[in-house]
Write a protein that binds this ligand. Structure first.
Ligand code: ADP
Ligand code: MG
Length: 160
């Protein structure tokens, strides 16, 4: 997988945003979910999370944790295989919109209304590399398979 273009890349120094990077190494679903949960506990509406990582990296496991951090039952969170957007409303502190762009062509992504959703709640997007444009305000989560049950998780949070 190619990493996304860095949101700090810019030819104009005045528009360089500062990003805080945190990293974890996990060795089970539970540990990855716990990282997601800790992030979920900090989120408020308007937060957009872009998830990068190969098939089976653990993006959905992470979102399950994120949901539990918002007070949503993690067992209800599955890969949105047939639905592009899975909505969780009325359960947790804030609505969660879980998006999976795996099957979508670039042009179709434009029509999803993701920006509008972000005004209502938290948007977590798997396969965010299919988005037509980078979103500098997004929290970027990258998960890499390091063999067996080991995963490397990197979270970049823009400071503003
Ligand atoms: P993705 O959404 O990135 O395609 P999933 O979250 O659906 O991936 O699946 C991740 C798979 O990897 C699951 O089968 C999970 O049990 C397994 N796995 C093994 N170790 C870990 C770990 N440390 N963190 C997350 N998932 C793990
Ligand atoms: Mg998934």
């Amino acid at each position: 997988m190619n990493p996304p273009e860095s949101s700090t890349a810019s030819s104009s120094p005045s528009s360089i945003a500062s990003v805080t990077r945190r990293e974890w190494h996990t060795s089970s679903d539970e540990e990855t979910a716990a990282v997601g949960r800790a992030l979920g506990e900090t989120l408020s509406p308007g937060a957009v999370i872009h998830l990068f990582g190969d098939l089976g990296a653990g993006k959905t496991v992470f979102v399950r944790g994120l949901a539990s951090g918002l007070g949503i039952d993690p067992d209800e969170v599955s890969s949105p295989t047939f639905t592009l957007i899975q909505e969780y409303r009325g359960q947790g502190r804030h609505p969660l919109f879980h998006v999976d762009l795996y099957r979508l062509a670039g042009a179709e992504v434009d029509d999803l209304g993701l920006d509008a959703l972000a005004t209502e709640g938290i948007v977590a997007i798997e396969w965010a590399n299919r988005l037509p444009a980078s979103q500098p305000h997004a929290i970027v989560v990258r998960i890499d398979d390091e063999g067996d049950d080991r995963r490397h998780i990197q979270i970049d949070t823009p400071s503003s």
